[in-house]
Design a protein around this ligand. Sequence first.
Ligand code: ADP
Length: 448
Amino acid sequence: MFKRILVANRGEIALRVIRACRELGIETVAIFSEADRGAPYLELADEAICVGPSRAADSYLRIDRVISAAEIGNVQAIHPGYGFLSENSHFAEVCRSCDIGFIGPTPEAMERVGDKNSARALAREAKVPTVPGSEGIISNEQEAVKVAREIGFPVLLKATAGGGGKGMRVAANDLALASAWQQASAEALAAFGNPGIYIEKYIERPRHVEIQILGDQHGNMFHLWERDCSTQRRHQKLIEESPSPRLPQATRLAMAEAAVRLAKTAGYYSAGTVEFIVDQQDNFYFIEVNARIQVEHPVSEMVTGIDLLKAQIRVAAGEKLDLKQEEIIPRGHAIECRINAEDPAANFRPCPGRIDRIVAPGGFGVRWDSHAASGYVVPPHYDSLIGKLIVHQPTRKDAIDTMIRALRELRVDGIKTTAPIHIELLQNSAFHDAQVDTTFVERVVLAK
Ligand code: ADP
């Protein structure tokens, strides 16, 4: 087992990794940018090293600086968290060539699932259903029109290098497609340095259901069932839950098996997520793989009782997973609400600044994963997630009631947060009746 690990991330996920390491008896070296200097969670690491200025491109994303910190900190492995360098196969390769363990899949597996277009090809190879669409990258507008007419409008243009809901454009007809094409490729080039665009059929009012996978280096690959992340705003997840309400058992099983098949075809190990969308007839289609731990991993931990972070670290050290698929049984219902420093009343404008006082909720079935503390200043440079509120109860109804109670208990003075909008969403009758699809938030709540 590793003796010392570098945590190549910040905020709540850095704290999550530090906590897992503590329990495993592993020392941690945290990194921080100038903006995060003095953040309270850094005190929980055994050592903290500054890797540069506030801008992520000058600090958390700088491979040379992160590797230097690993050398100075004398670690055997790096945990990349999510975002930043977590899905950068070049970074994983640099770790390997420096003889530093990378807590994640191999660079080769990461590359196979990394860009969305290659992942679609891989899914087809693994006989996993993909959204009807183009065979590969579309090279010009004429080809886009041809493919769109074949699969039928509306269509979705997607950036192969995309992420975080960026670089996606819906088009309902030829004319709209022409301008969507220009915008999507320009946006993809600017945001990801890769203008590659492919086309998918736009699935009307789908649900987003994803499978958590976990494998070791000895050929064992398991799934930890699904998470439903249909409660989204602008293709960004707000609420995640497990199990997915309304999903037929046969579909759930078929999706889980498809995810494991895809992972095995890619030669994948470690934790990962295979994302699908499910249409109104319960057909499921692969959309992408996230080759890292995800923000919403706690809901799977709560229903399966498996600590994904510890498992990820153990697997990276070469340990065999002591699990049996038939013993991974989901129990009860878990929900997570992402608490962001944003003002829902002002179009979700980011609200960085000083948290004068924070009171975290507690009680039966409540988990609060957050790096925020009273006096903590939320920097404006990074994503606005300040904490994740997770509840676990025997039934979905109980989980909703507990979440509403816990959200009311949460106090964050000094900045605005998304907590009020969560209460509104959870109280909505459509949410209660599990009539949620990816358009629910915009259609039902924000349109009012
Ligand atoms: P990103 O990597 O940018 O998050 P994804 O491919 O994971 O992009 O898709 C994000 C969200 O966009 C999905 O959860 C879903 O809400 C929506 N989406 C993706 N593909 C389709 C599709 N073919 N039809 C309708 N909605 C889609």
